[in-house]
Design a protein around this ligand. Structure first.
Ligand code: ATP
Ligand code: PAF
Ligand code: BAL
Length: 286
């Protein structure tokens, strides 16, 4: 596996990989890799001849009071994991290489970013859309792989790629990969390592309470009541705050007051200690 941290070197390496018409998959990450990231790499490897992974802790998607400085950075360990998975190229730019002096362009996706994580993390999705747009233009992959764990992010990236005619990858070449979970059901996340042992134990209530709420909704319970019970379950289990718990149309992220034939998803974000956890699950058969 080759590692590059400058754009010229990336372009030269990409030209080498593309020789003979080989197809390219991109797996964007912020590092601190776990099995969730490796699931993306494995799907990418099945789909294309070469996998290019990126590691970049993108400052523009962090709010002023968020964990940019504390975010785990472990390039040597991550690099060994990617190499073991057969990744061909690691793109690991520093902030100056990604945002050279004078950088002043932003990609903003409207509507889909208004609620949920977009409301509680103002500017977050502008940062995500801008850096992912740059990654697409830098690598020009045939397919790009993102986790369903960040469901709103996946929806926003699909919309951006469609709206901006990012022909490689075009919207249909963005692949969503199902969430990988710990044995107790907690969605894997780099931020889980912030949890104290007791908060880590309590955190498993999140997927459990979500499954219970989904069962109630699928049995025909009133959605507002089921979501209120979910919030109560989380607060009783020791969560400090429920940021949102909503049933949405999985395509438009519009809130649903009842289950319909539309594909539906339960989206939740909740804080335990200083750590904000997000999760989402499919609801119903739509
Ligand atoms: N448990 C998971 N299952 C599947 N994909 C995941 C999982 N966790 C993260 N991903 C995906 O990996 C990619 C990189 O995510 P990122 O590096 O932010 O990791 P993360 O664990 O989500 O970190 P964070 O704690 O910052 O949310 C994203 O597309 C994300 O959706
Ligand atoms: C897509 C991404 C790599 C953009 O920085 C990040 O938001 C992430 O890791 O999910
Ligand atoms: N995994 C999404 C990136 C973020 O929370 O900033």
């Amino acid at each position: 596996m080759q590692t590059v941290s400058e754009l010229d070197a990336l372009r030269a390496a990409m030209a080498g990989l593309r020789r003979d018409g080989a197809s390219i998959a991109l797996v964007p990450t912020m590092g601190a890799l776990h099995q969730g990231h490796l699931a993306l790499v494995r799907e990418a490897k099945q789909a294309c001849d070469h996998v290019v992974a990126s590691i970049f802790v993108n400052p523009t998607q962090f709010g002023a009071n968020e964990d940019l400085d504390a975010y785990p950075r472990q390039l040597a360990e991550d690099s060994a994991m990617l190499e073991a998975e057969g990744v061909s190229l690691l793109w690991a730019p520093d902030v100056k290489a990604m945002y050279p002096e004078g950088f002043g362009t932003e990609v903003a996706v409207s509507k889909l970013t208004e609620n949920f994580c977009g409301a509680s993390r103002p500017g977050h999705f502008d940062g995500v859309a801008t850096v992912v747009c740059k990654l697409f233009n830098q690598v020009m992959p045939d397919q790009a792989f993102f986790g369903e764990k960040d469901f709103q992010q996946l929806t926003v990236i699909r919309a951006m790629a469609r709206d901006l005619d990012l022909s490689r990858p075009h919207a249909s070449a963005i692949v969503g990969v199902p969430t990988v979970r710990e044995p107790d059901g907690l969605a894997m996340s780099s931020r889980n390592r912030y949890l104290s042992p007791s908060d880590r134990e309590r955190a498993a209530t999140l997927p459990r309470a979500m499954r219970e709420a989904i069962a109630r909704i699928e049995e025909g319970a009133d959605v507002t009541r089921a979501l209120a019970a979910l919030e109560d379950d989380l607060l009783s289990a020791g969560f400090d705050e429920v940021d949102y718990a909503e049933l949405v149309d999985a395509r438009t992220l519009e809130q649903l007051a009842a289950l319909t034939s539309a594909p539906a998803r339960l989206l939740v974000a909740a804080r335990i200690g200083g750590t904000r956890l997000i999760d989402n699950m499919k609801v119903g058969a739509g």
